[in-house]
Ligand binder design. Structure first.
Ligand code: B12
Length: 475
């Protein structure tokens, strides 16, 4: 019997560490003792382990992840018994191994989808039924973190992606597209071993690319997630109760595939999907047409909750973000007026690099952005909790009546954006507005150059209007 320690660094994340849950199942099957903990734990660190597995997620959690690996380094006899894997480790293996003290650790890149990966044997870790017991805070004394998405089956029905988008690390993490995995036995086994879960979280990267999509949809229905068979029964206060269960495809679905194969939207409408997320990656006319058609397909197929990921700070410019949000707001108004039940929620999603030094943090600036604009957007999104709701009036209030107003808003002092009403009431916003509108094209460019880096202290101008404007940022 080996002593196995599983560690997830103490970053904030929504989903439980599926990779470690599968590794746990693998070791328990072999009769090993397994302990799972999130972050640093002194008593676990003082013990000696036969093997320590440390998972990783986003590259921008670099510092926390590296610190965690170093923290547990001496808890094994030989650093090669520290096994590191998951997305960040796959993307940045060389950089991790270049760290002092980490040269000899074992990094396993990509999926554990072949035999002989952890030990010399035929077992395939990726096919194991995940061990949900390790994330149960009621029974695992080393865990106090509650994962926001925990009452759900975490499942893959395909792997990889057929595309190679520049901004996405999936081609490196899951390079081969696997078109079908039967989710039914896995779900059955989870229920048998750990009890029922309410929702279904499908972790695929591009499910629509599967030629077996209709079969996958049928599997989802057979597991109790069809549009009309989605009752979830549970006991509370000794009474049996029922609530609805939902499927979340998690990924931003590939709009081009829905445009080319409209029947795929009809397949999707057969399951209790909430929300249906579509990727709105570009603002060019061709893609806007594809995206808009997709939204109408959702409406015609009576899909109620639709959401979309708006990639920004990549090769786009700020106006492209406004344009896409406005398209959604207008579509919502058309759906409402036309009697369709569909409503679209928007999630602006700031690009984070996937390679190099910049991938280690979240400071990246797209080439058509300056820092003040990015910060301005963030301030608006703070107020809306990162989401833009379906009401046209709400969108216009948050992001401006038109592009010009949007381009004014994001240059305002942070406090005027965040505490908008208060600063309208006390007159500060109008005082700033009146100055701002006096700037001609040249002065506007000067002003934007001065505060573009989002630093205000120590900034001066010989121009009296700019000078007065600057005082609003430091007072
Ligand atoms: C699900 C998911 C999310 C979920 C939540 C993730 C979570 N766990 O909490 C949500 C939707 C919230 C999300 C959000 C974002 N995501 Co995301 N997400 C993913 C996705 C699809 C899967 C990640 C995951 O959780 N996998 C579960 C894993 C760990 O399980 P598994 O795959 O079965 O594990 C296998 C292997 O990884 C390995 N393994 C896993 N762990 C371990 C451990 C050891 C020791 C070993 C040996 C092996 C091993 O073996 C397993 C079995 O084969 C990936 C893409 C991908 N295919 O990886 C992107 C991905 C991680 N996301 C990405 C991005 C960019 C984001 C966002 C930043 C987007 C944005 N701009 O807002 C946000 C981040 C918001 C935030 N701050 O939290 C990027 C990350 C790029 C980067 N720089 O790191 C990825 C890679 C996708 C991409 N476009 O490139 N995401």
């Amino acid at each position: 019997m080996r002593r196995i320690l599983l560690i997830e660094p103490s970053y904030r994340n929504k989903y439980p560490p599926l990779g470690l849950m599968k590794i746990s199942a693998y070791h328990k099957m072999l009769g090993d003792k397994v302990v799972f903990c999130k972050g640093a734990n002194l008593s676990l660190r003082k013990e000696k382990w036969d093997r320590i597995y440390i998972t990783s997620l986003f590259t921008f959690y670099w510092n926390t992840t590296i610190k965690t690996i170093k923290y547990y380094l001496k808890s094994v006899n030989d650093s090669k018994n520290i096994f590191v894997g998951g997305p960040m480790a796959t993307i940045m293996a060389e950089e991790i191994l270049a760290q002092k003290g980490l040269e000899e650790i074992t990094i396993l890149r990509g999926l554990l989808n072949k035999p002989n990966m952890l030990d010399e044997n035929e077992h395939i870790v990726d096919n194991m039924v995940p061990d949900y017991s390790i994330i149960d805070t009621a029974t695992n004394n080393y865990l106090s973190y509650n994962y926001p998405v925990s009452d759900a089956f975490l499942i893959h029905s395909t792997r990889g992606c057929i595309r190679k988008c520049e901004f996405c690390a999936v081609p490196k993490i899951e390079p081969k597209f696997l078109r079908y995995a039967d989710i039914k036995p896995n779900i059955k086994d989870v229920i048998k071993q750990f009890g029922d879960r309410r929702n279904l979280m499908i972790m695929d990267n591009n499910i629509l690319a599967s030629p077996d999509l209709e079969q996958i949809i049928q599997d989802i229905i057979d597991c109790g997630f069809g549009i009309n068979n989605n009752d979830y029964k549970y006991i509370k206060d000794s009474k049996e109760r029922t609530k609805k269960r939902y499927v979340d495809f998690n990924q931003g679905l590939d709009a081009r595939l829905l445009y080319e194969h409209p029947e795929k939207m009809e397949f999707l409408s057969r399951v209790a999907v909430k929300p249906l997320r579509i990727a709105f990656d570009h603002a060019d006319d061709e893609f806007v047409e594809i995206y808009t058609r997709c939204m109408w397909l959702a409406a015609e197929n009576k899909i109620k909750d639709v959401s979309n990921y708006i990639l920004f700070n990549f090769d786009d410019e700020p106006n492209d973000l406004y344009r896409r949000l406005e398209i959604n707001a207008l579509l919502n108004a058309q759906f409402e007026n036309g009697g369709y039940c569909t409503r679209i929620w928007s999630f602006p999603m700031r690009f984070s690099p996937i390679y190099g030094e910049e991938a280690k943090g979240r400071k990246f600036l797209g080439k058509k952005w300056v820092r003040k604009q990015l910060r301005g957007i963030q301030c608006i999104l703070n107020a809306t909790h990162g989401v833009v709701g379906p009401k046209l009036a709400f969108f216009k209030k948050a992001f401006g009546e038109n592009i010009d107003e949007f381009n004014k808003l994001i240059w305002m002092p942070e406090k005027y954006i965040i505490y908008r009403n208060e600063n309208i009431q006390n007159g500060n916003a109008d005082c700033w507005n009146n100055l701002f509108y006096q700037l001609d094209a040249k002065l506007l460019a000067d002003f934007q150059r001065i505060i573009g880096d989002n630093v205000f202290v120590g900034k001066h101008s010989d121009n009296s209007i700019i000078s007065k404007l600057l005082s609003h940022y430091t007072d």
